[in-house]
Ligand binder design. Structure first.
Ligand SMILES: *[C@@H]1O[C@H](CO)[C@@H](O)[C@H](O)[C@H]1NC(C)=O
Ligand SMILES: *[C@@H]1O[C@H](CO)[C@@H](O)[C@H](O)[C@H]1NC(C)=O
Ligand SMILES: *[C@@H]1O[C@H](CO)[C@@H](O)[C@H](O)[C@H]1NC(C)=O
Ligand SMILES: *[C@@H]1O[C@H](CO)[C@@H](O)[C@H](O)[C@H]1NC(C)=O
Ligand SMILES: *[C@@H]1O[C@H](CO)[C@@H](O)[C@H](O)[C@H]1NC(C)=O
Ligand SMILES: *[C@@H]1O[C@H](CO)[C@@H](O)[C@H](O)[C@H]1NC(C)=O
Ligand SMILES: *[C@@H]1O[C@H](CO)[C@@H](O)[C@H](O)[C@H]1NC(C)=O
Ligand SMILES: *[C@@H]1O[C@H](CO)[C@@H](O)[C@H](O)[C@H]1NC(C)=O
Ligand SMILES: *[C@@H]1O[C@H](CO)[C@@H](O)[C@H](O)[C@H]1NC(C)=O
Ligand SMILES: *[C@@H]1O[C@H](CO)[C@@H](O)[C@H](O)[C@H]1NC(C)=O
Ligand SMILES: *[C@@H]1O[C@H](CO)[C@@H](O)[C@H](O)[C@H]1NC(C)=O
Ligand SMILES: *[C@@H]1O[C@H](CO)[C@@H](O)[C@H](O)[C@H]1NC(C)=O
Length: 508
């Protein structure tokens, strides 16, 4: 076991103001690379390596930030793996992987064993099998001049031991937490292992620097970047996309019950058709581009192909709580549905629970269309005392969604003795705040059928809404309330089990 220690001076990074009120987020910096001295100059190695690196680059963002694969057989085999920090978005993960691949090819083009570290991801490949094997070598970055108050020294390390042991037990081998040290301020910690090592190995890997690097103890800002695990400790919140509550962090899925699943809901094919091969070819190009790009663009992508009378406008949007891989899969399913059900239609929209796909030869970008349909359960009714409260809660959700950049909101309403209600609203992201608000309000004001229902969903051209008496959404943090939690049952009470009616309203 080698312990590399690099006391590089710590460079403070830019301050970004993000929607969630997060300060001093870190950015993605190239940190270090490690090239083995044994080289292979053969063209076959080069070709296999290119195949491997392409596959890693294309797959990592679609696999929740962790992907490993091999290329070649026997003596030619190369093992490769890339992992992103769990708080990093799919887009940033894909970009970080690209940067790592470029670094590897530039700095270590013929080395047989390489690891590259950026702040947000690490890339590793080798002709020796390393999958699932823990290697505790690591290096550290710290700021030697920014020291802890002596009363804090043991508390900081002990906080990080807690973060380390929490990370080891989790499926993603990841934890991020906040420690409120009162008069000394807050400390932010994060730990992550390569996801394919065991719980015990992860724990060992994270504990070794905490026990060995006594230099860390009195520092207010340090990072350890290891072969199989990494850790971050700062006196400011450097991570994003994790919501924090007082002394710890909540990232959902936590405490989620009855998550919904992705169901095909409806499709709408225009009767005007185009049977030409050029339309077919353009459509294929468009749909490929949407499929490849949506998960890399935070679940919203629009584009056009061709010009003039041949032009096709296309857009796909995923529900904001859906992961990048589910978004990509939902888009694929929608494309398949469009090609099956509406292959020659000029204007098409497909709705699944988790995404909607729309394309047309007419420009619809940025234009609000309040036509919609709904699903509801007629037998599961609200207590009369709840009727106005449910609708008024959803009006709040609608107006919160309209003001947000992602045109999205999810909230929980604790109605005391009547239980909780869960609401979600989302507009197509390219419509204005005012149009989003109009689109979401119109069903609430028009569909009096909703008022006494405990479960309903609206799927519109430009906006959608969900209202349930169980928590159907995931990956969104909600304030923790006291009260009994339901047993977790996957996919219960979704579109297939709910009495489904279709109503079409074409509002002015
Ligand atoms: C180390 O921390 C001190 C105190 O916050 C800061 O002034 C200094 O810029 C930091 N050093 C580096 C190299 O960033
Ligand atoms: C990709 O990452 C590099 C290196 O961190 C950064 O300079 C660049 O701006 C990033 N590009 C995008 C599109 O995020
Ligand atoms: C590989 O090429 C580099 C320079 O391109 C050379 O220095 C090295 O000796 C070569 N190694 C082998 C094993 O051929
Ligand atoms: C966090 O998510 C937001 C929105 O999806 C994204 O813009 C941001 O870059 C993400 N942060 C990181 C570190 O990936
Ligand atoms: C440590 O904290 C105590 C109590 O807040 C304070 O009196 C003392 O000056 C601090 N020492 C340093 C080195 O910051
Ligand atoms: C980190 O671990 C703590 C303690 O187990 C837990 O409460 C918290 O939810 C975890 N946070 C994340 C982001 O995994
Ligand atoms: C993709 O979505 C379909 C339809 O919802 C589902 O049946 C399938 O299991 C999903 N595949 C993956 C890999 O998530
Ligand atoms: C397109 O093809 C379908 C069947 O393949 C046919 O019913 C329809 O009339 C054709 N439409 C045009 C505009 O050619
Ligand atoms: C929420 O995120 C987790 C972990 O990334 C993923 O497994 C799950 O499928 C996501 N839920 C949805 C609805 O995408
Ligand atoms: C409505 O709630 C009240 C108070 O909890 C209860 O007495 C009544 O039976 C409920 N009515 C229905 C129809 O559930
Ligand atoms: C929804 O809106 C409420 C009220 O504005 C806000 O407190 C909450 O953070 C929002 N939730 C999401 C997930 O956007
Ligand atoms: C409607 O809700 C009731 C009460 O929760 C449930 O028993 C019933 O199965 C639901 N109807 C359908 C068709 O799912």
């Amino acid at each position: 076991m080698k312990e590399i220690f690099k006391g590089q001076s710590f460079i403070f990074i830019l301050v970004l103001i993000l929607p969630l009120g997060i300060s001093q987020l870190d950015s993605n910096e190239k940190y270090r690379w490690d090239c083995s001295s044994d080289a292979d100059n053969s063209t076959s190695f080069k070709a296999n390596l290119d195949t491997l690196l392409n596959s890693l680059t294309q797959n990592v963002a679609l696999h929740s930030g962790f992907y490993k694969t091999t290329v070649g057989e026997y003596s030619d085999k190369i093992y490769g793996l890339v992992q992103c920090r769990a708080d990093v978005s799919a887009e940033n993960c894909a970009n970080c992987t690209k940067q790592s691949v470029a670094t590897a090819l530039k700095e270590c083009s013929t080395s047989k064993s390489v690891q590259v570290w950026f702040t947000w991801c690490t890339l590793r490949y080798s002709n020796n099998k390393f999958f699932g094997v823990m290697d505790s070598s690591s290096s550290a970055r710290l700021n030697f001049t920014n020291l802890e108050n002596s009363s804090m020294i043991l508390r900081g390390v002990s906080f990080m031991k807690g973060v380390a042991s929490a990370a080891a037990t989790q499926r993603l081998r990841f934890n991020a937490s906040v420690f409120d040290a009162g008069q000394f301020g807050k400390r932010y910690g994060m730990a992550q292992c390569i996801r394919d090592i065991s719980k015990g190995d992860c724990s060992k890997c994270l504990e070794s620097p905490l026990e060995t690097f006594t230099l860390l103890e009195d520092k207010r800002n340090w990072e350890v970047h290891g072969t199989s695990c990494s850790m971050w400790y700062h006196d400011y919140q450097f991570f994003s996309n994790i919501s924090i509550s007082t002394n710890h962090v909540l990232i959902l899925p936590l405490g989620i019950s009855q998550l919904d699943s992705n169901e095909k809901y409806r499709w709408d094919c225009s009767s005007d058709a185009d049977n030409s091969t050029s339309f077919k070819a353009n459509l294929d190009t468009l749909l490929n581009s949407l499929t490849q790009n949506v998960a890399l663009h935070n679940g919203f992508y629009k584009t056009t192909v061709r010009e003039y009378s041949d032009k096709i406008y296309g857009l796909v949007q995923c529900r904001a709580d859906v992961s990048a891989d589910n978004c990509a899969n939902c888009t694929k399913q929608s494309v398949a549905t469009a090609l099956k059900e509406c292959s020659t239609s000029n204007s098409v929209q497909i709705w699944f629970t988790w995404c909607t796909l729309r394309y047309s030869n007419k420009k619809f970008f940025g234009v609000m269309d309040s036509s919609l349909s709904s699903k509801l359960n007629f037998t599961n009714l609200e207590n009369v005392s709840m009727i106005l409260r449910g609708v008024s809660f959803m009006k709040g959700v609608a107006s919160a969604a309209a003001t947000q950049r992602l045109r999205f909101n999810a909230s929980v309403f604790d109605a005391g003795q009547f239980g909780k209600r869960y609401g979600m609203a989302q507009c197509i992201r390219d419509i204005s705040k005012g149009d989003c608000s109009k689109c979401l309000e119109s069903p609430l004001e028009t569909f009096h059928l909703f008022e006494d229902k405990r479960n309903w969903e609206v799927y519109g051209t430009s906006c959608s809404m969900w209202y349930h008496d169980y928590q159907f959404f995931s990956n969104i943090s909600i304030p923790t309330n006291h009260g009994a939690r339901r047993k977790s049952i996957h996919g219960v009470l979704t579109g297939t089990t709910m009495a489904m009616i279709l109503m079409f309203l074409f509002l002015l």
